[in-house]
Write a protein that binds this ligand. Structure first.
Ligand SMILES: Nc1ncnc2c1ncn2[C@@H]1O[C@H](COP(=O)(O)OP(=O)(O)OP(=O)(O)O)[C@@H](O)[C@H]1O
Length: 466
């Protein structure tokens, strides 16, 4: 049962909060002031500190330095933006303005309450989750990240999410949206690397009828679709320069101009952008607009690589195991000790996405009911992650024609060498879509491999904003 420390000097308010929380199955300890709260032992023992801001003897925010990993939710009667922002700046997880309804308080408490580790249940989906959507993580860097997510969610600030491929950038964007005041409106996600350069401007900003060949009718773009909601621009570093100029206008002026239109339209979107690349370096090499970089980089969230998340690796693996056992209708099982050790030791260059592929492969290759062995996961072997990925994809889709990449790997050709040679020899003559098709991979996969092998797409130099 989650344990909450309620710090409130007004006895009547404190009593009614206590009754409400007890009814909602929380355990409650009361304190009448900051000093009283600190006399009740370490604040880290609670799942949440719910404290009034203004109290005789000291402000509720003074508890924050003592709260270690426990979130502090501040109640304030002074509902000005300034006090709220000050509380958040001081490190509060969130604030709630008085007077609040019972429902407001309960949902705010539930949202901010620290997740308690549950008993380990292998082979089920009920693994410990953070209070943030589907993000699993109890490690110190993830807890720090969750705190930051709560803070930025309460604002409308543009966020730049930086993390290696497969670290969960999209889940972070979802968490920010779900915890924001825009949660009831759309979250529109766009992978800038997956849309051909020739289409991306029209997709994002819309077009007028007749703006280009094939534009038979006018169409609103994805930016407009995210009006009053959040626009998640994944792999922003891949956005062509012309589209960067239009995006800058959305950020600077809050308006969108469709292709072929002279009349801009006002839009209200919160932008969360993500990249696994160093945007600063792209600015230096002329591939990314400096002005756009500074507009996007208001708040930067850096997602730790999976290898730096300690015990989270096993926890996420167990959660994924539950998901895939259910998907493939397999009886409950768990990882063998060797498999657990392999998961903990492996460096996971492809992060959670690679772990997901390995677990999926393990479920498919293991005998139903038997423990999943390290060999089933395909880690700590000589195989490159690419080959493992292709095997798991093909194993789940037996009808899929084997790609040229898999064929060449089977024929003993070095996979990366083959890929690199093919791209270098054909990139001047072929579009990205054609290259990806000929290699038998998606555009996104082509792009990811380009990054890893150090053969990024060529770009032209920076253009002025139109
Ligand atoms: N902390 C986490 N807990 C549980 N699942 C996670 C976590 N992080 C990522 N995942 C899962 O890993 C997969 C990859 O996550 P996601 O697509 O968000 O990563 P990404 O960083 O956006 O990847 P890419 O760089 O390839 O676009 C998804 O299936 C996601 O659900």
């Amino acid at each position: 049962m989650p344990h909450i420390l309620v710090v409130e000097d007004e006895a009547i308010i404190r009593g009614s909060i206590k009754r409400l929380l007890l009814k909602a199955n929380y355990q409650v300890t009361e304190a009448t002031s900051v000093a009283d709260a600190l006399s009740k032992g370490e604040l880290g023992q609670y799942d949440l500190v719910l404290s009034d801001l203004r109290m005789p003897g000291g402000e509720g925010t003074e508890l924050i330095p003592f709260s270690t990993e426990t979130p502090v939710l501040i109640m304030t009667s002074y509902a000005s933006m300034k006090t709220a922002v000050d509380a958040l700046k001081a490190g509060a997880a969130d604030y709630i303005a008085k007077p609040f309804s019972n429902q407001d308080l309960l949902s705010s408490v539930a949202k901010n309450c620290k997740a308690k580790p549950k008993a380990k249940q292998t082979g089920s989906t009920s693994s410990t989750q953070s209070p943030i959507g589907k993000l699993i993580g109890q490690s110190a860097p993830m807890k720090k990240l969750f705190k930051l997510i709560y803070k930025v969610s309460a604002t409308d600030a543009t966020v730049l999410v930086n993390g290696e491929t497969g670290t969960g950038k999209e889940l972070i964007a979802q968490a920010i949206h779900q915890n924001s005041s825009r949660a009831d409106n759309a979250l529109v996600s766009v992978n800038c690397a997956a849309i051909p350069d020739t289409l991306i401007e029209a997709e994002l900003f819309g077009h007028e009828k007749g703006a280009f060949t094939g534009a038979d009718s006018a169409r609103a773009g994805l930016v407009s679709a995210a009006h009053q909601g959040t626009l998640f621009l994944d792999e922003i570093g891949e956005l062509p320069l012309a589209a960067q100029a239009r995006l800058l206008r959305v950020l600077q002026e809050g308006e969108v101009r469709a292709i072929g239109s002279v009349q801009p339209k006002l839009v209200d979107v919160r932008i969360v952008a993500a990249t696994h690349r160093n945007l600063k370096r792209l600015v230096e090499s002329g591939e990314f607009r400096e002005d756009l970089y500074y507009r996007l980089n208001v708040i930067q969230l850096v997602i730790p690589a999976l290898r730096d998340r300690g015990a989270d690796k096993l926890e996420i693996a167990n959660s994924l195991l539950g998901r895939y056992l259910e998907k493939f209708d397999r009886p409950a099982t768990n990882f063998s000790l060797e498999a657990e050790q392999a998961i903990s030791r492996y460096s996971w260059p492809g992060n959670v996405r690679e772990l997901e592929n390995a677990v999926q492969r393990g479920v498919i290759l293991s005998d139903p009911g038997n423990a999943i062995e390290a060999d089933d996961l395909g880690i700590e072997t000589e195989q490159s992650p690419e080959v493992i990925d292709e095997i798991s994809v093909n194993a789940t889709s037996p009808s899929r024609a084997p790609s040229q990449l898999v064929e060449s790997a089977e024929a003993g050709t070095d996979l990366e060498e083959y890929f690199q040679r093919f791209v270098l020899e054909n990139q001047d003559a072929m579009s990205e879509t054609e290259l990806a098709r000929r290699l038998g991979v998606s555009r996104k996969c082509l792009w990811e491999r380009r990054q890893r092998l150090g053969i990024p797409r060529k770009r032209s130099s920076v253009q002025p904003v139109s």
